[in-house]
Design a protein around this ligand. Structure first.
Ligand code: TRP
Ligand code: SF4
Length: 329
């Protein structure tokens, strides 16, 4: 049976870009094989080692978001990385066979090293993609739903798999493949990519009032349309991007023609986007808040999922130790 694995770092609230980009893909794939979805709290520590108190609350919130977005603990294994210590053992063993240069040349490494707020000059941060490799291959996963920014990490995982299987002359691990989302990217309020660091996000926990405020006051529109009577060009307007992603076909067609004839004003157009977003976000927000009201239930989901994950990881580690001639006493 084909296995799916993906992970998200517990660092801050999830936004509508995560919903369309990752969570909807996760939900779709949980029906197509055996799915494992991990909260990567060790990965979060590579940058948040000075604010460790934030990680567990973010883990609970991310789990609540998983559940609210439609992940079903009976169909997917939801678990916490640090509760499956076998990942650390495999990471250590992989570190013996991975050339240092493979990690140093990962493009995200130098880039993040230079731009980060925290000092990332640690041993753990260099090993970040190798720990990610361990996360994936310890479940012998075939498919890994991720964003484009993770493709180099997946390429490294495949190289490490080939090297391991070659060194120990057996097919312990399959080569994992990235599954990219089909959905178009969600722009941020300013038209750039939606990202917490740009402060341009609509969060899944935003209230209806906050959504309306962000759409009507902060969302960028066609900059050439200065007066209400000027015709606009929806093709270059971020608001129209949101309509295409979240409004019904009728509204999209209406906006496309009315904007060009100055028949609709930008304020009204943005209000309609806010309505469409609210219809999508409100039920999810309510579910997130309701799950967060029962942290004991969230913990039970994670405890159970982590135990299931551990059983699979332990099986793989028996193969790995055997391949590497480590003793069983
Ligand atoms: N690096 C991923 C990210 O930042 C998170 C992650 C950790 C992950 N382990 C993983 C993703 C394993 C896929 C598979 O998004
Ligand atoms: Fe953009 Fe809508 Fe204004 Fe046209 S009417 S420029 S699509 S906000």
């Amino acid at each position: 049976m084909s296995r799916v694995l993906s992970g998200i770092q517990p660092s801050g609230s999830q936004h509508i870009g995560h919903l369309v980009g990752a969570l909807e893909n996760f939900t779709r794939l949980q029906g197509e094989g055996e799915a494992f979805y991990m909260i990567a709290d060790w990965h979060a520590l590579t940058s948040k080692y000075e604010s460790v108190e934030e990680i567990w609350p973010a883990t609970l919130e991310l789990t609540a978001t998983f559940l609210a977005a439609g992940l079903d603990p009976d169909r997917a294994t939801l678990f916490v990385q640090s509760l499956v210590k076998e990942h650390a053992e495999l990471h250590l063993l992989l570190s013996m066979v991975t050339p240092l240069s493979w990690l140093e040349r990962v493009p995200t490494y130098k880039e993040k090293l230079q731009n980060a707020v925290a000092d990332l000059g640690s041993y753990g941060f260099l090993g970040y993609p190798l720990l990610q490799t361990a996360d994936i291959i310890i479940y012998k996963a075939h498919k890994v739903p991720v964003g484009e920014d993770q493709l180099f990490h997946l390429e490294l995982a495949r190289e490490v798999v080939r090297r391991f299987n070659f060194l120990y002359q057996r097919e312990v691990f399959p080569e994992p493949e990235a599954v990219l989302t089909k959905a178009a990217k969600v722009p941020g309020l300013d038209g750039r990519k939606m990202s917490k660091s740009y402060g341009n996000c609509i969060y899944l926990r935003d209230t209806n009032a906050a959504i309306l405020e962000k759409c009507t006051r902060q969302m960028a529109s066609d900059p050439a349309r200065l007066r209400r009577t000027d015709p606009g060009n929806p093709e270059i307007c971020p608001v129209f991007e949101f309509h295409k992603l979240f409004s019904d076909a009728e509204t999209v067609a209406l906006v496309a023609s009315e904007c060009r004839q100055a028949g609709i004003g930008c304020f009204d157009c943005k209000k309609r986007v806010a309505e469409a977003l609210t219809r999508r976000i409100e039920p999810i927000r309510e579910k997130i808040e309701s799950h967060l009201g029962h942290p004991g239930d969230i913990e039970a989901v994670l405890r159970d999922g982590s135990a299931r994950a551990r059983a699979v990881a332990a099986e793989t580690m028996a193969d790995v130790r055997d391949a590497m001639k480590l003793p069983v006493l």
